[in-house]
Design a protein around this ligand. Structure first.
Ligand code: ACO
Length: 323
């Protein structure tokens, strides 16, 4: 069988760091409240002249370098984002142009915080069926642009950044020892729209809108939903959750990460957590955490990795892969 293997990982964080204390100067909040409820200590914020495609471009370049590939070899670009440069064209085609990649396939995926897991599964279809030899899957966001800075319940939670992986085909034996993406469980429940959404759009208000969230309700669904998707992904791959080497979750809230790990029986020491330093970067948070764990030497080739996310929609999902 042909598997889609992750052959390079890259990340980019805009240089500006905003601490909780910085926020407390203009929002009625405190470092103590934010750390206790979320685990977040700081977030990065894109400069005014940085578009999401600029963040994505940097992450893409570093992922290509890690994979030993060049822009000339890229034949598929998928950008998972909820904060595109423009309503159209897709941010992926803008990245293609800025990267200097040749004519190929490029489009965006909108599944909010679950976007990276959704995008990986879509890219897997192209790579594993022989339609792509070198795919870039990018999660890139400037979530701070969607904040209502008078809403302390949301504006303290999000940050900006981008992460990317290169996917290439690898021959496998059809077992869980194969390098590559092993299984997915993707879910959506549109009846939960009101829990988390942006109140604007081209065909309704004609504005970009601001992020609205019923945080404690999202929280309640997160642990239950994500845990079910993890069990489903593990079940369809035929792996035991105890065999997972690293758990790389979407970074929304430290309590959600711990709650999920506890519920599915994963050792907390196996959780890659960057929520303290990156905050919630939506579709970028998994590849950012992935790149962080690779860069610090914890995540190594051959290991079994579990990715999961939940976001607006609601959408959620999980993916098992061997690096
Ligand atoms: N600083 C100080 N006080 C605050 C702040 C703040 N930044 N935000 C809210 N409060 C206050 C509220 O006003 C409320 O005060 P009141 O009791 O006087 O009315 C009190 O804190 C409690 O508010 P809750 O919303 O009930 O607090 P909760 O413990 O639920 O924590 C939080 C809020 C952190 C948003 C939590 O619900 C959460 O993390 N939910 C998950 C949401 C999430 O992560 N969404 C991201 C997208 S989805 C995903 O990625 C999984």
């Amino acid at each position: 069988v042909i598997r889609s293997a992750v052959t390079g990982i890259g990340a980019y964080l805009p240089p500006k760091i905003v601490t909780n204390d910085d926020l407390s100067k203009f929002v009625d909040t405190s470092d103590e409240w934010i750390v206790e409820r979320t685990g977040i200590r700081q977030r990065h914020q894109a400069a005014e002249d940085q578009a999401v495609s600029d963040l994505a471009l940097e992450a893409a370049r570093s992922a290509l370098e890690a994979a030993g590939r060049t822009a000339a070899e890229v034949d598929l670009i998928i950008v998972a984002t909820t904060t595109p440069d423009l309503t159209f064209p897709a941010t992926a085609t803008i990245v293609q142009r800025k990267l200097g990649a040749p004519v190929g396939i490029a489009f965006d995926i909108q599944a909010v915080c679950s976007g990276f897991v959704y995008a990986l599964s879509v890219a897997d279809g192209f790579v594993a069926r022989g339609h792509s030899k070198c795919a870039l899957v990018i999660g890139a966001e400037a979530m701070t642009r969607l904040m209502d800075w008078s809403d302390r319940g949301t504006c303290v939670l999000f940050g900006d950044g981008a992460g990317a992986v290169v996917l290439e085909p690898r021959e496998g034996q059809g077992t869980t020892a194969d390098q590559g993406l092993l299984s997915f469980a993707l879910r959506a429940d549109g009846t939960k729209q009101d829990l988390l959404f942006v109140d604007g759009g081209p065909s309704t208000t004609g504005t970009v809108g601001k992020l609205r969230m019923l945080g404690n309700q999202v929280f309640k669904h997160a642990v239950v939903n994500i845990s079910e998707a993890i069990r489903a992904a593990a079940g369809s791959a035929g792996v035991e959750i105890a065999d997972v080497d690293w758990f790389i979750p979407h970074q929304a809230n430290q309590r959600i990460l711990q709650g999920v790990a506890h519920r599915v029986g994963l050792d907390e020491a196996k959780v890659i957590s960057t929520v303290a330093i990156h905050a919630n970067t939506s579709a970028a948070s998994i590849p950012l955490a992935f790149a962080h764990g690779v860069a610090d030497g914890r995540i190594k080739p051959g290991q079994l990795l579990l990715l999961e996310a939940m976001g607006g929609g609601l959408t959620w999902g999980a993916c098992l892969l061997r690096l």
